[in-house]
Ligand binder design. Structure first.
Ligand code: ADP
Ligand code: ADP
Ligand code: ZN
Length: 227
């Protein structure tokens, strides 16, 4: 099963992608995480991307398309993938179509998480992540069960992103409206777009996404569920 999770920064893509990964054995591909790994490694791509990301702008299509092309060739994608943060521009969406066609693969669904702007700002300002396993938390909406200890892996180390501040958020929301939202009509016309209320509680959002996926004929067949 090949999925795209679309939505503005803070909509809950990473949170839900991790659940889909666990539920279906498909791999989460987060281009933001991949770029942050390049920045941490000090690679040429990382050096180019760092300032762009901190300003809340989008990194160049060339870099992202090359990165994604290499990523979906890896063996862990055999059962499929959930894209989290890609495509983010019309050229990226077109390139994804070409990449998949070249591999005889298709997209099963594009799920758009709809969240209003004030909620996005709140979510981003309070976001932190386990440094070891990458699972996401929030100061108000999703605290670890035991303060300072990751629910999933027990780690005591957490990180906050350099770009998760109220100033950069505005640039990132503007980039979404201007550069990413225009890809939605493309997927709607292809009959692939499913809109989900991302304002609901995390578990309720997961249930809504599962309901969408349960009604996909191809995905049901792949999971051995009779129609
Ligand atoms: P994205 O990957 O779309 O940027 P995240 O999954 O990282 O978003 O979520 C952003 C923040 O909001 C995180 O701190 C996360 O714990 C929290 N969050 C995610 N989904 C919800 C939700 N449905 N309700 C409240 N908070 C949420
Ligand atoms: P969020 O979901 O909170 O917006 P991401 O982790 O997906 O954050 O992305 C962080 C930053 O990485 C983006 O603001 C952008 O600078 C860069 N980035 C990630 N994915 C892409 C992409 N597909 N195209 C261009 N830039 C990207
Ligand atoms: Zn952890």
């Amino acid at each position: 099963m090949n999925l795209i999770l679309l939505g503005p920064p803070g909509a809950g893509k990473g949170t839900q992608a991790k659940r889909l990964e666990a539920r279906f054995g498909i791999v989460q591909i987060s281009t933001g995480d991949m770029l942050r790994a390049e920045v941490a490694a000090g690679s040429a791509v990382g050096r180019e991307a760092n300032a762009v990301m901190e300003a809340g702008h989008l990194v160049s299509d060339d870099i992202l398309i090359r990165m994604l092309g290499q990523r979906i060739e890896r063996a862990d994608c055999v059962r499929g993938f959930v894209l989290d943060g890609f495509p983010r521009t019309v050229p990226q969406a077109e390139a994804l179509g070409v990449l998949l066609a070249g591999r005889n693969q298709t997209l099963d669904a594009v799920v758009e998480l709809q969240v209003d702007a004030p909620a996005l700002v709140e979510r981003i300002a309070g976001r932190f992540t386990c440094a070891k396993c990458g699972v996401g938390y929030h100061d108000s909406f999703k605290r670890p069960l035991l303060d300072g200890v990751c629910d999933v892996c027990g780690s005591h180390d957490f990180v906050r992103r350099a770009d998760d501040n109220r100033e950069t958020v505005q640039a990132r929301l503007a980039a979404y409206q201007r550069q990413t939202a225009p890809i939605l009509p493309h997927y709607a016309a292809a009959g692939l777009l499913h809109r989900v209320d991302g304002m609901a509680d995390i578990d309720v959002v997961t249930q809504q996404i599962m309901a969408v996926l349960d009604h996909l004929p191809a995905a049901s067949a792949a999971r051995g569920v009779s129609p």
